[in-house]
Design a protein around this ligand. Structure first.
Ligand code: AMP
Length: 249
């Protein structure tokens, strides 16, 4: 079975991002970029399935600017076998990403697609669900457990107040939650080996998907600044302020 893993290039989770002065988006000039953390978990899960002998090949796919190949190389160093890069400038809307992935899944005959549950830059939480709907595949979203079984996959999902286990027929879509696994680090020999693994370069047109987005960002605003706190002298003063100022007692 082939597994397709979607890896998105996003701003590094440790970077404190700032909104551009004109409110048109985030200022990412010179910001450190990385693989979306939920996609790291997706790669790890696919590699574990291959190591367990349940998959033959893992293909890492990224859609976006030329530099997305850095994140594909990281996925290859972590154990994916080959990459596919769809070169697209500017923001690519979740629906377009889902349409491109659908085409790639069909081309590759992938039995399983693993994605992150959410991109940490745009917080969409949409691509996996859209892909499953477009391709007519079952979906196990917010996975904290995934076990391949004959012709299917059993996915344990994190839901409000507990867990839900679903059984899906393959081909299927799984999106990863934080507790699914702990991603490994790439070793130096594997980083060197990854340089020789192939990355296919494609365009949206190769996949029959237009580049015109159905989504337009109107305005981005930073969160409101919190007022500075005050240091109280005593518990009595604290209680008084809670009663008379905060009015929570
Ligand atoms: P989203 O729906 O945008 O929050 O993204 C959920 C998941 O879809 C991500 O964790 C990725 O696995 C995948 N994804 C979204 N955008 C891209 C992209 N441009 N290239 C590759 N994978 C993507």
């Amino acid at each position: 079975m082939k597994i397709l893993v979607a890896v998105k290039r996003v701003v590094d989770a440790n970077v404190k991002v700032r909104v551009k002065a004109d409110g048109s988006g985030m200022d990412l000039a010179n910001a450190k970029m990385a693989m979306n953390p939920f996609c790291e978990i997706a790669v790890e899960e696919a590699v574990r399935m291959k190591e367990a002998g349940r998959a033959e090949e893992i293909i890492a796919v990224s859609i976006g600017v030329q530099a997305c190949q850095e994140q594909i190389r990281t996925a290859l160093a972590l154990g994916c076998d080959r990459g596919a890069h769809v070169l697209a400038e500017g923001e690519v809307a979740p629906l377009q990403v889902a349409k491109m992935l659908k085409e790639l899944v069909a081309r590759e005959g992938a039995g399983l697609v693993i994605l992150g549950k959410q991109s940490i830059d745009s917080d969409n939480n949409q691509v996996g669900q859209m892909l499953a709907a477009l391709a007519g595949m079952g979906q196990g979203t917010f996975a904290c457990g995934a076990e391949l079984e004959d012709g299917g996959i059993r996915v344990t999902r994190e839901i409000d107040g507990g867990e839900q286990t679903v059984s899906l027929k393959l081909p299927a879509v799984v999106t990863t939650d934080l507790r699914l696994n702990e991603p490994r680090y790439a070793s130096l020999p594997n980083i060197m080996k990854a340089k020789r693994k192939p990355i296919e370069q494609l365009t949206p047109a190769d996949l029959g998907v237009g580049t015109e987005s159905n989504l337009k960002t109107l305005r981005v605003v930073p969160p409101a600044e919190r007022a500075a706190g005050v240091v109280v002298e005593s518990v009595d003063e604290l209680v008084d302020k809670l009663k008379t100022e905060a009015r929570v007692m």
